[in-house]
Structure formats: C-alpha cells, structure tokens
Design a protein around this ligand. Sequence first.
Ligand code: HEM
Ligand code: HEM
Length: 181
Amino acid sequence: MTLKNTAQSYGWISIAMHWLMALAIFGLFGLGLYMVELTYYDAWYKGSLDLHKSIGIITFSILLLRLFWRSINIKPAELPAPKWQKMAAHWMHIALYIVMFLLMLTGYLISTAKGKAIPVFGLFSIPALPWTINNQEDISGLIHATLAWSLIVMSALHAFAAIKHQFINKDGALNRMLTPK
Ligand code: HEM
Ligand code: HEM
C-alpha cells in the first residue's frame, strides 16, 4: 500500500484528500447557490446553512491536513511538457490552494460576523474571533461568492488540462492522481 507520494505518482493519502476535497467543493458550491435562494420560511433554510457550514469546516480541516502532508512528502517528478505548461500547472496548484484557503476563511468570517460560534454537525463548535469589523457579513459574503465562482472556473481549467494530458498527450497525468505506482 503506497501511502506516501513517490517519484512517479501521488500516494493514497494525497489521492484520497484530493478527490474528497474536489467532491466537497463541488457539493458546497451547489449547496451554497441553492441555499441563498431560500427564505426564512422554507423548511430547509436553517438546515441547509448548518450543513454548508459543517461540511465547510470539515473541508477546512482536510485542507490543513493536506498542506501538512504535502510539506512532508516529495512531489512526483514533472511530466514532459513545454516549460510554460509546467509553470502554468505549478502556479495553478498554488493558486488553487490559496483560493481554497481564502474561501474557507471568508466562510468562517460570514458565519461568525455576529460573534456566534459555528456548530459542526451538533458535535462541537468553532468559536468566533473576539472582535468583528463593520459590515463583516456583507463584505465577507461578497468575497466568498466571488472566490467560490473563481475556484470553480479555475478547477474546471485544471481538470480540462489533466484530461487533455491524459487522453491527447497520453502522458498518464490523470493516472498519477488515481492509483499510486
Ligand atoms: C470550499 C468551500 C466552500 C464553497 C465552494 C462555498 C460556496 C458557497 C457559495 C457558492 C455560496 C453562495 C454565495 C452567493 O451566491 O451569495 C456560499 C454561501 C455561504 N457560505 Fe460557503 N462555501 C464554502 C465554504 C464555506 C465555509 C467553510 C463556511 C463557514 C464555515 C461557509 C459559509 C457560508 C455562508 C454563511 C454562506 C451564506 C452567505 C449569504 O447568506 O449570503 N462556506 N458558499
Ligand atoms: C475543486 C476541484 C479541484 C481542486 C481544488 C483541485 C486541486 C488540486 C491541487 C491543489 C493539486 C496539486 C496537488 C499537489 O501537488 O499538492 C491537484 C493535482 C491534480 N489534480 Fe486536481 N483539483 C480539483 C479537481 C480535479 C479534477 C476534477 C481533476 C481531473 C478530472 C483533477 C486532476 C488532478 C491531477 C491529475 C493532479 C496531479 C497533477 C500532477 O501530477 O502534477 N483535479 N489538484
């Protein structure tokens, strides 16, 4: 069982965290767009928000674990590609991490704008910061929505590049994120 990354591919832990987070992010995006259309009188108004926040916090924890795991692992060797594509892939990965982080941070800031803690599946709570800023909910909400759309567009480009490399260049780019070697 190859848990750690190797020179040829990602290991099971990186693979599991990559796909779990991709699933959570697409799910949170859909749920986010759906729930902001609901009104206070809809049956699932509070439930959908609580679910979005709980899954969001769990995804945030996985992101922190993922960054830690990345820091103690090697990166699989670069695939043969023109220099600009290697640079584009590298900077896209960094940008995806930054946008994921800021998206979850702004989610936290919207949810704690009134100084209230965030309950996570009713099991435990994440406390609010001891201070808030003026209009925190609206400002963070606007940034959160903009980042959410940016992340979806960026991940679509990223997925498109991976699929193109796998099926047109036939360099096994996608295999490296599916099964370890
Ligand atoms: C990667 C993870 C996330 C994605 C993709 C995501 C996506 C979204 C989207 C698309 C919306 C609707 C925005 C709009 O159209 O106004 C939204 C709203 C919201 N999100 Fe997230 N979100 C994520 C993480 C989080 C986290 C971690 C929290 C809190 C802990 C959170 C809290 C909220 C709240 C409270 C709203 C409602 C904002 C409002 O009422 O205008 N989100 N999210
Ligand atoms: C929300 C969606 C996604 C996010 C945020 C995301 C994020 C990332 C990040 C940050 C990396 C870099 C891993 C590292 O070196 O630390 C990565 C690698 C990778 N992703 Fe995604 N990803 C997403 C969806 C997808 C999808 C849908 C596909 C394919 C259809 C895909 C295919 C890959 C592949 C093949 C790699 C490995 C690239 C390499 O070997 O250099 N990702 N992803």
